[in-house]
Design a protein around this ligand. Sequence first.
Ligand code: F6P
Length: 325
Amino acid sequence: MTSKPTKIGILTSGGDAPGMNAAIRAVVRAALSNDIEAVGVINGFEGLINGEFRNLGARDVGGILQRGGTILLTSRSKRFMEPSGQREALRKMNEAGVDALVTIGGEGTLKGAQVLSEQGVKVIGIPGSIDNDIWGTNISIGTDTAMNTIMEAVDKLRDTASSHQRAFLIETMGRNSGYLAVMAGIVCGAEMTLVPEVPVQVEEVATAVEDAYRRGKTHAIIINAEGSNIDTAELARSIDNRDLGFKTRMTILGHIQRGGSPTAYDRLLASRMGIKAVEALVEGTHGVMTGLKGHGIEFIPFKDVISNKRQVNMEYYNMAKVLAR
Ligand code: F6P
């Protein structure tokens, strides 16, 4: 017979992502429905080390479903990477009677979750990252909202690009993953998409810009993922110095991609994963991440998640190329 936890701690860590609040709300309310207490850990793994816990009732998570960011705050804790930090975190959890943990965040968060899991803590991970670079889930919480933010921004940039007949170099986030850039390339109709997974030469970009001009286009939109082999500002300078038909401007979308009210898709995904995380703990399952596979939420072992690398889907990359004609 498995004993269900009595007090679940919830933390968000790493880069915030829209929908994290919806996941927090779901975990708290699912825990309460199962007669389990819920406590928020303030400021990610850093807060775990410092013992910063806050009891969360149903009303404490009211009105947060539609809010971007994370009400629990977040950090990238260096101290937690050290055994001494982990030992301190375990001690603080024991003192507070927290006997299970739900961590919401990206790759770094899942690695932290795995460390605690190896030390006997019942942990469930929920993937939250705009980058969509986590193996084992079709999509992470926050990615859809970020995609929509990018799409809105690029649509606006295209309006002015067309009016002035310019080439625009637009940098998207994504760390070492080209996911956001490739998807943006498709849904925003970019003339070229640069991703970390496929290095290109500046000459190829110049050719794409000139081709767009020759074909009679009124603009050339080039999406550059932040992790690609070419720096956006340098690329803009280099392209602008050539006679390609279009003059050039550059926009780095930056942290605007991380904020904002989560889309319906992200709210739903976060709510489903939050409920599923508590279900797992009640059933005695832990050491796993909730992952969207097909239409269902499945449990993927941490060791599989962190030992595999999610690759950019080349089918989509090629699709963006075909559609750029
Ligand atoms: O992982 C999310 C992300 O926004 C990446 O796309 C980006 O590389 C990084 O975080 C930026 O981190 P910071 O907010 O610490 O500058």
